[in-house]
Write a protein that binds this ligand. Structure first.
Ligand SMILES: CC(C)(COP(=O)(O)OP(=O)(O)OC[C@H]1O[C@@H](n2cnc3c(N)ncnc32)[C@H](O)[C@@H]1OP(=O)(O)O)[C@@H](O)C(=O)NCCC(=O)NCCS
Length: 193
């Protein structure tokens, strides 16, 4: 097992991991008209967007987990809204999952929450079930925080589903503090300076 930078060759596997962990930590297959849409919002753009850092948890040459970050959330959001999302073809909502995700993805302020001012980077982390609970998540978070710190980023945040009990237990154990909460989400942040 090793942590390495993601390459475009990892894209399909990263998208698969995103789908298999995308329902509050569980399998989101079938929740959307197109199984690719979740990764087109939360994973694949981090291989291409400005200021993005993508690391994978590599097991015998295959990505089995990842941590993906945008160092400058405002720049990432501008690129996502102006270039990335218009290039995708997910438009019509047919399922409850689509009805939640598609308007959110089209919102030009989706990532621009109150945390961005003090914690300009944001991240996503997911591991396939057989890699969970063995310390890989902690190692990925530490590697990502080190990379962001090395680029001069003062802080990183993330937004987790309030229904994802595993995630809510994990982040405080790896250096994140809860900074905001609403009915459906919890925002965590970590200083990097
Ligand atoms: C959440 C996730 C990234 C955590 O990674 P992990 O490798 O399983 O976590 P680690 O083994 O590194 O655990 C680190 C610490 O968090 C704790 N922790 C992790 N998952 C936990 C859980 N489900 N319940 C309670 N504590 C948990 C561990 O006990 C450990 O604490 P300690 O070191 O103080 O003893 C991983 O389980 C995962 O990918 N889950 C499914 C997808 C997901 O929910 N992603 C987050 C979306 S916001």
């Amino acid at each position: 097992m090793t942590i390495r930078a993601a390459t475009f060759a990892d894209e399909r596997q990263i998208a698969r991991i995103c789908l298999l962990t995308g329902a509050d930590g569980g399998d989101a297959t079938g929740q959307f008209t197109d199984d690719a849409v979740l990764a087109d919002v939360f994973a694949v753009p981090y291989l291409r967007g400005p200021g993005c850092v993508a690391l994978v948890w590599d097991v015998e040459g295959q990505a089995r987990g990842y941590v993906l970050a945008a160092a400058d959330t405002s720049a990432f959001q501008a690129w996502f809204s102006n270039e990335w999302w218009p290039s995708r073809r997910h438009r019509e909502a047919h399922t409850p999952g689509d009805a939640w995700l598609l308007p959110s993805a089209a919102d030009p302020k989706r990532c621009l929450n109150a945390a961005v001012a003090d914690y300009p980077a944001h991240l996503h982390i997911d591991l396939l079930p057989d890699q969970q609970g063995k310390g890989a998540g902690r190692r990925l978070i530490d590697a990502m925080c080190e990379a962001l710190r090395g680029s001069g980023v003062p802080g990183v945040h993330l937004v987790a589903s309030a229904a994802n009990r595993g995630a809510l237990a994990f982040y405080p154990r790896v250096g994140f503090n809860e900074i905001a909460r609403d009915a459906t989400t919890v925002t965590f942040a970590r200083d990097l300076v």
